[in-house]
Design a protein around this ligand. Structure first.
Ligand SMILES: Nc1ncnc2c1ncn2[C@@H]1O[C@H](COP(=O)(O)OP(=O)(O)OP(=O)(O)O)[C@@H](O)[C@H]1O
Length: 250
């Protein structure tokens, strides 16, 4: 990362930094300038939908927040519960409770469902017990001894979310959880995410299925060409046909 002058944390007027606060982040793949100066806050327990057309920079933004290193954060600040994520690597951010569930779900081959979950708990700090994860996802409990890569797409998505919950979690980043799933499975994952919402887990969801994401979310940010073009309530997007037409094509 380029040496940048040390900056003060972003502070809301007269208060502490927000639970999750992103300030003027700029990120690059090599010379390609992709994330172009985003700033936003997420309140504790809030679900934020990060929307935009193909190539708008949504996945790149999630990867930047998770400190994956690729794209490289060259400027800006990311604060989670008063901790400077912008100064950290991915493993440190994960240890502080930021869990990214990537689009490809990263199920570990050659291992059962149970072993995939146990692997998530190989290091401290732990989150939910495996038993509790099976209570949220009974289908995973029924398939505990099945090789995880033989699960259906929807079940793999449940396992990927379950694995994130197995770690001590403060912020859940979901990249396209409905990707490639049949409508009936999307409904099932939607129900699960509604349960996750009831548990008050702060979540950022990136999703091509904008309507499904907006139904779940409290707030929405719309990105276009690496910048934020809308930040408001999810309902405001559902109610604004022009906005949906211009940036979401829905
Ligand atoms: N590893 C990479 N190296 C170079 N450019 C990349 C890389 N990954 C993505 N990009 C480019 O960054 C831009 C943003 O991509 P990104 O995947 O973040 O968009 P997105 O909004 O998530 O799109 P989609 O909805 O299609 O997944 C695109 O122009 C893409 O081609």
């Amino acid at each position: 990362m380029n040496a940048l002058p040390k900056q003060e944390p972003v502070r809301k007027q007269g208060g502490d930094p927000a639970f999750f606060s992103v300030y003027d982040i700029h990120a690059y793949y090599g010379e390609s300038y992709i994330v172009q100066g985003l700033s936003f806050d997420v309140r504790e327990g809030e679900i934020l939908a990060l929307l935009g057309r193909n190539g708008a920079g949504k996945t790149s933004t999630l990867r930047t927040l998770a400190r994956m290193g690729d794209p490289e954060l060259k400027h800006g600040e990311i604060w989670l519960d008063h901790q400077p994520l912008h100064e950290m690597k991915a493993w440190q951010a994960a240890r502080l409770g930021l869990q990214l569930v990537p689009e490809d779900r990263r199920i570990i081959p050659g291992m059962t469902v149970q072993q995939n979950l146990e692997l998530a708990q190989i290091a401290e700090p732990h989150g939910w017990s495996i038993q509790r994860i099976y209570e949220l996802f009974p289908r995973l409990g029924e398939r505990a001894e099945q090789e995880a890569i033989t699960l259906s797409g929807g079940e793999q998505q449940m396992l990927a979310i379950g694995r994130a919950l197995a770690r001590d979690i403060k912020l859940l980043l979901l990249d396209e959880p409905y990707e490639g799933l049949a409508p009936v499975i999307v409904q099932e994952i939607e129900k699960t995410l509604q349960n996750v919402k009831k548990l008050g887990i702060t979540t950022i969801i990136v999703e091509q299925n904008a309507i499904a994401a907006l139904k779940l979310a409290d707030r929405a940010i719309i990105m276009d060409s690496g910048e934020i073009v809308f930040d408001g309530t999810a309902q405001a997007v559902l109610d604004n046909e022009e906005l949906r037409d211009q940036y979401l094509a829905i």
